[in-house]
Design a binder for this molecule. Structure first.
Ligand SMILES: [Fe+2]
Ligand SMILES: [Fe+2]
Length: 250
């Protein structure tokens, strides 16, 4: 396996590892994102067993020991399995996540204290970059779920939202909603919940220019339209499921 690096927005790098054995024949990618600044931030640590690959990829951009912040979408192996390996490799590094993520998992799991972020709180990375933490509970899954928004580049680090199969491109201007709907049909990985559409539409209000997908290409274009279309599809799934439950109850 190799990890490919692409700068998807000014100072934001996508580190992408393709695993052909998952969901063949299309395969599946795992992406981490490195945002540069005086205090560089890594979004997703990668799987613990992929740590050597991820560390080598980061070392092609910055000395790994210079990493300052580590954040991720939710507590799960591909999002944060290598957290403690990173904390050991980067002595100044600190995990940062929302209240639920810290209190439920990180305060026990992480080898050093995590920074607990309130919904809407910023981390200043320096050199004009700052990220905003946004709670997205249960969306697409995980009680502790959240995303980061880098304001200067208008890049939404959107974690598992828009998950798709394959490894077609690092950066696309094309459709990411259709492939996400197909992956949801296949994996059923989302925690369908009544607030899901509203949670995703709130992200659309940011009007992101780039959507950085954990499992898929990065998208450059009208991020708000893509988010609203994804929200519509989840609304459809939730209302369909609600209707069938009502019929069963009757
Ligand atoms: Fe996940
Ligand atoms: Fe993931």
């Amino acid at each position: 396996m190799e990890t490919k690096i692409t700068e998807i927005a000014d100072g934001i790098f996508r580190l992408s590892t393709f695993v052909p054995q998952i969901a063949p024949p299309a395969g599946f990618v795992f992406n981490q994102f490195l945002a540069l600044g005086d205090e560089p931030l890594l979004f997703h640590t990668g799987l613990r067993k992929m740590f050597p690959l991820t560390r080598d990829a980061v070392s092609r951009i910055i000395p790994p020991e210079n990493l300052r912040w580590i954040s991720f979408g939710h507590f799960e192996a591909d999002e944060c399995g290598a957290l403690n390996e990173w904390l050991a490799a980067a002595p100044q590094a600190q995990a940062a996540h929302g209240q639920t993520g810290c209190q439920v998992s990180l305060n026990d799991f992480a080898d050093r204290n995590a920074r607990q972020l309130a919904d809407g709180e910023h981390i200043e990375l320096g050199r004009g970059k700052r990220v905003r933490y946004i709670d997205t509970p249960h969306t697409p899954h995980g009680w502790d779920a959240g995303v980061l928004y880098e304001e200067s580049t208008r890049t939404l680090l959107c974690g598992d939202l828009f998950t798709q199969l394959g490894d077609d491109a690092a950066l696309t201007h094309g459709d990411i909603v259709g492939p996400a709907i197909a992956a949801e049909d296949l994996f059923q990985y989302s925690c369908l919940n009544p607030n899901m559409g509203a949670t995703i539409r709130k992200l659309a209000e940011l009007e992101p220019r780039t959507l950085a997908l954990m499992h898929g290409p990065s998208f450059s274009g009208d991020g708000a339209a893509a988010l609203r279309a994804l929200a519509d599809d989840y609304d459809r799934r939730i209302s369909t499921r609600g209707a069938s439950a009502t019929v069963k109850a009757a």
